[in-house]
Design a protein around this ligand. Sequence first.
Ligand SMILES: Cc1ncc(COP(=O)(O)O)c(C=O)c1O
Length: 392
Amino acid sequence: MKLGRLASLKKFNNPNILLPIPKHWQEKLTKRVENNSFRELKIFYGLTDFFSNDYLGIARDEVVTRMVNITLIGQKDALNGSTGSRLLSGNHIWARRCEYYLSEYYGGENSVLFNSGYDANIGIMSCIAERNDTIIYDELVHASIRDGIRLSMSRSFSFAHNNMEDLKKKLEQSTGQVFIVTESVFSMDGDEAPLKELMAIAKQYHAYVIVDEAHAVGLLGPAGSGMVKAEGLTEDVLIRIVTFGKGAGIHGAAAICNDDVKKYLVNFCRTFIYTTALPPNDCIAIMTAHEVMKEKDEERETLRKYISYFRKKISQSSLKLIEGNGPISAILFEGNSKVKDISNLLMAHGLGVLPVLSPTVPEGKERLRIILHSYNTQDEIDQLIELLLKHG
Ligand SMILES: Cc1ncc(COP(=O)(O)O)c(C=O)c1O
C-alpha cells in the first residue's frame, strides 16, 4: 500500500471520534483524495468574481433586503416562516401574489413556486411520467434533472448534447407519452439549445417539451425573461423551470406553466406538497429582484460586450474553449491536477476562477468554468485573458 493511501485513510478514520464513519465511506473518501477530486467547503474572500452566478450584481443590491423589511415590518401577516406546506398553513398571500407576478413576468398562464431549482426539477421530473412513458433528456442536463428522472418509474434515454438527429433516433425508440427535457443555456458548457428546432421535432412526434431556464433568467429575452419567451415558444413548452439563485441574485424557483399543469403539480409533485413553503420574505425578495432585473438592460449590454470580447480573444488562442454565447465559458484542461493547478495560479493572482473536476464532468473534460459579470471591469478581464494565454 502506498504511503499516500495510508495517510489519507488515517485522515478519514480519526481515532478521536467516538463514532467512526462506516468503512465504505472512508474508502470512498480516500478514493476521492487519491484521484484529486476531494471536495471541501471554502469561503473565498477578496477575489475578483469570475465564479459566482450573480451575473448582473443583483445579489449585491441592498434594495432587495430593504424592500423585504419595508413591506413586512409591522404587518399583521408578516410571519417569519410560512408555517407549513402550501396545501396546509403555508399558502400565504405573498406566495399567491408572487406566483401571479411571475406568470406575468415570464409570460405564462400560471406558475408554481418551489424552494429551489433542485427541488423543482426533482419533483417535476419524478411525477410527470408513468411506467410505460418515456423521458428523453439532453446528456448534459443538470444533476437535479437526472436525479428526478431516476426517481420516476418511466423509461428514459439521454440524447447526444444538442444533437437533433440523435434526439429523433431516441424518439423512434420511445413508448407511451414522451417528454423531452433540456436546458436553454447549459450550466456546464455554457452553450445554448436549438430550442426552435427541438420544438419542431417534438411536435412531429407529439412529445411534450420541458425547459430548464436556470442560466437564461436575467440574461436572455425581454427583461431577462428567458429564451423560451425570446423565441416565441411560451405556448408550446409544457413547463419552464426558472430559478432565482443565479441571474436574479436571490433564491427559490418556479415552474411556469398553464392552469391545468399547475393543478397537476399541486396534486402530484411531492417536492411541492411535502415541504414547508417559501416564507413571505422570500416571496417579496423574488418579486423585488425581478423589478431590479427588469431595469438591467444596460448591464445586460455591458455583459454581452464582455462575453464577445473574452470569447474572441480566447478562441484565437490554442485554448480549448467550448462554443457558446453565455456568461459561462468552459475551457477544457485534461485531468483534475492540470485544471486545479491553473485555477490555483489564477487564485494566487487574485482572480476567482474555479475548476470543475471529474466526476462532476466526465474524465478528460475537466475544465475551468469562467463566469463573467456586468460588474467585472475591462482591466480585470484583460488580466484574466493575459494569465490564461501565458499559463494555460
Ligand atoms: C440548469 C440548472 N438547473 C437547476 C439548478 C438548481 O437550481 P438551484 O440552485 O435553485 O437549486 C441549477 C443549479 O446549479 C442549474 O444549473
